[in-house]
Design a protein around this ligand. Structure first.
Ligand SMILES: O=C1O[C@H](COP(=O)(O)O)[C@@H](O)[C@H](O)[C@H]1O
Length: 258
C-alpha cells in the first residue's frame, strides 16, 4: 500500500499544468511497457482540469490511440443527459483527442437511459471482465481484481469519492467490482461505481481537489480524524493528492507547495 503524497498548488492553472505532465509521463511509461494505457476518469470538476493535455506539447506527443478510457462512477441516465459523466468527459476532453471510439467504455447506453442501476452495474462489471480476458486491463497480483494504470479522481465536500458516499453501505463492498446506489445524497440518486478494492488496486491514483468547500474533508481524509470515503484511498504504486491552497487550507504545515 502506497503512502499518500500531497502537492499544493497556488492556482488551479498550475495544478492543471502539473496534472498534464504527470499523466503524460505515465502514458509514455505504460505505452512503452505494455502498448496500452488504461485511464479511469471521474466526473465533477476533474474534467475541467484536463485542458492542458489538449495543448502542446501533449496534444501531439501523447499516444492517444493506445489509451483505453473507463469511468470510476457514472450517473444512471442517458449519454446525452446533462448529469452524465460520459457526456461531461466527451464534451470537455474526449471529443478533442484522437482516442479511438472503440477504446471508450461508457455505461450501457440503454440501461442508462432506462435508469436500471443494478443491471447497469452488472453490465459494466462484465465489460471490465471482458477487457481483463483480452489483456487490456491487468489484474492485481493474485486477487483477480482489475488493476488500472491511472485513475483521475475527485472528492465532494462530504468526502465522497466515485459514488461511495459517507454513511452508505457501498463503501463496504468487498467482492463486486462495480456496485450501484439508488439513493445518492448528491443528485442524481441512481449511480454505478467502482468498489473500494478496485479503486485501491490501481497502480497510480490521483485525487485532484480544489476550493474551500472541500477543505474540511481534505483534512479529515489526510489526517484520518474522521472516516470519510476519500480517506480510504490508496494505490498499488502511488497515490497523489493534487490540491489548491483553498482545499489544503485546513491542513497543517506538512505539504509540499509548488
Ligand atoms: O458526483 C460526483 O462527484 C464527485 C466529486 O465531484 P466534484 O464536482 O466535487 O469535483 C466526482 O468525483 C464523481 O465522479 C461524480 O459522479
Amino acid at each position: 500500500m502506497a503512502p499518500a503524497k500531497k502537492i499544493v498548488f497556488k492556482t488551479k492553472h498550475e495544478l492543471a499544468v502539473e496534472l498534464a505532465k504527470y499523466t503524460a509521463n505515465l502514458s509514455s511509461k505504460f505505452c512503452k511497457e505494455r502498448g496500452i494505457f488504461t485511464v479511469v476518469l471521474s466526473g465533477g470538476d476533474l474534467i475541467s482540469w484536463l485542458w492542458k493535455l489538449l495543448e502542446p506539447p501533449y496534444a501531439d506527443s501523447i499516444e492517444w490511440s493506445k489509451w483505453h478510457i473507463f469511468w470510476v462512477d457514472e450517473r444512471v441516465c442517458g449519454w446525452d443527459d446533462a448529469d452524465s459523466n460520459y457526456k461531461l468527459a466527451y464534451d470537455g476532453f474526449l471529443s478533442k483527442v484522437p482516442v479511438p471510439a472503440e477504446n471508450i467504455y461508457a455505461i450501457d447506453k440503454g440501461l442508462g437511459a432506462e435508469g436500471n442501476a443494478e443491471l447497469a452495474a452488472e453490465r459494466y462489471e462484465e465489460c471490465l471482465k471482458e477487457k481483463v480476458n483480452k489483456n487490456i486491463i491487468r489484474t492485481y497480483k493474485s486477487s483477480g481484481f482489475p488493476q488500472f494504470d491511472l485513475q483521475l479522481l475527485g472528492m465532494g465536500p462530504d468526502g465522497h469519492m466515485a459514488s461511495l458516499f459517507p454513511g452508505h453501505d457501498q463503501i463496504n463492498e468487498k467482492v463486486k467490482w462495480v456496485t450501484f446506489i439508488t439513493d445518492s445524497p448528491k443528485p442524481p440518486p441512481k449511480r454505478i461505481t467502482f468498489t473500494l478494492p478496485v479503486i485501491n488496486c490501481a497502480s497510480y491514483n490521483v485525487m485532484a481537489v480544489c476550493d474551500k468547500e472541500q477543505a474540511d474533508s481534505v483534512a479529515a481524509a489526510l489526517t484520518h480524524t474522521k472516516d470519510v470515503p476519500a480517506g480510504r484511498l490508496t494505490a498499488d504504486v502511488e497515490v497523489v493528492w493534487f490540491l489548491d491552497q483553498a482545499a489544503a487550507s485546513k491542513l497543517k504545515g506538512w505539504c509540499s507547495i509548488l
